[in-house]
Design a protein around this ligand. Structure first.
Ligand SMILES: [Zn+2]
Length: 398
């Protein structure tokens, strides 16, 4: 039911005096070629890593003021009718002269592997097919997280660019996609940084370049070699000194307990009644250490010092063991505390690398496709929405 273009010779967006059909076909083929390379998980992941190595993932693609304020107005109207929430959802608006058609919000149904964008796409398609749209039609698609670049099949971002092209070719519709948070790849390629543990962080910190890192890592028995790109990214992130890394060491109570499990080995061989008392002492010590894990953002050294000061100042109850055993318990606590804080530090670093990687994936995708899609598709982060500008940083670099 699409409006069919008249076959006419004109100077088209390709810059060539081709027919519109030829131009559209060429554009479709170029886009297909590009998106199929993005659909290849291995290839696109490596491409993004290389890009990230050369570019800092700092800038977001933003919409111009008028598109952004349209999104804000629609967002306001839609959230007036349904509750606002940060969970992934999408809605869309078809705007044509003196008429606005709003639909959504749609929520993903992960059990049936359906993303909210799938629903938005099919609803938009249905509406565009059922009405007679001719001139100056715009589609605004909102999604909390930017459309995914990876999933079991047909990532939403790739579906959307193809649909946007189809709508443009058939109806001259312009599509705007606005998101609050950058999702990029999700899942499959996020294990790129799983080898970055605290020992790696230390090793990278202590070496000047990849060559010296390789030598140091080979001498160590428990370090798997990071690839050169991941090494460079980590080196850049850490900066000249690891002391520059500040983070908030928060974690679940259950996770915390696992770190202090090894303290039990101190009195494993003691008689049962003594073991029972000591278990209580250790429990009391760990419970008191709760205050050490506040929400405050501190450096690794500050966290370690916190733990040291805490153990030195801690008073065991009168029934506690002899002084020798107390010292052993203090030392064991400090070791567990060190492991916990170092693991947390490495985890925060992995999260930051992953976040930069995902941010960069989106940047590169928009940049790659921009030449072909600029006439009919804009993808960008929205400004002025709760959660879209204030980005919670768990880690900061001074
Ligand atoms: Zn998706």
């Amino acid at each position: 039911m699409y409006h069919v273009w008249r076959s006419e010779i004109s100077r088209t967006s390709c810059g060539h005096p081709w027919t519109r059909e030829a131009c559209a076909t060429r554009r479709t083929n170029l886009l297909l070629e590009l998106t199929s390379s993005w659909a290849n998980a291995q290839q696109s992941g490596m491409k993004v890593l290389e890009y990230l190595k050369l570019n800092q993932a700092t800038n977001h693609f933003l919409h111009n003021d008028s598109v952004n304020s349209n999104f804000l107005q629609f967002h306001h109207d839609i959230t007036d009718e349904c509750c606002e929430d940060d969970k992934q959802h999408s809605w869309a608006v078809i705007e044509r002269q003196e008429e606005i058609i709003m639909y959504g919000p749609y929520y993903p149904n992960y059990s049936s592997r359906e993303h909210s964008e799938d629903l938005v796409i099919s609803q938009t398609q249905e509406l565009l097919e059922s009405e007679s749209f001719f001139e100056d039609v715009k589609v605004y698609i909102f999604t909390v997280n930017s459309p995914c670049l990876a999933r079991y099949a047909n990532p939403c971002m790739l579906n959307l660019v193809h649909k946007a092209l189809e709508w443009w070719n058939a109806l001259g519709v312009k599509t705007h996609i606005g998101h609050m948070k950058c999702l990029g790849f999700k899942g499959t390629r996020e294990n790129l940084f799983q080898g970055v543990n605290y020992k790696q962080v230390e090793c990278v910190n202590q070496t000047v370049d990849y060559e010296s890192y390789v030598k140091a890592a080979e001498m160590s028995t428990d370090l798997n070699l990071l690839c050169e790109t991941v090494f460079s990214l980590l080196k850049r992130l850490l900066g000249p000194q690891q002391e520059n890394i500040y983070f908030a060491a928060t974690m679940q109570k259950q996770d915390r307990k696992t770190y202090f499990k090894s303290m039990r080995s101190i009195f494993e061989s003691k008689p049962a009644h003594e073991k029972k008392i000591l278990t209580q002492r250790v429990k009391a010590l760990i419970d008191s250490a709760e205050v050490l894990l506040s929400m405050s953002t501190e450096s690794l050294q500050e966290y370690l010092e916190r733990g040291r000061v805490f153990t030195l100042g801690y008073t065991f109850s009168s029934q506690a063991c002899d002084a020798g055993l107390e010292d052993i318990m203090r030392l064991a606590f400090q070791q567990c505390w060190r492991d916990l804080v170092q693991d947390k530090c490495a985890e925060v670093i992995r999260e930051k690398l992953t976040e930069d990687f995902n941010h960069c994936a989106l940047q590169l995708f928009i940049k790659n496709t921009g030449n072909i899609t600029e006439q009919f598709l804009q993808i960008g982060k929205l400004r002025g929405l709760k959660g879209s500008t204030v980005f919670e940083k768990k880690m900061k670099l001074l």
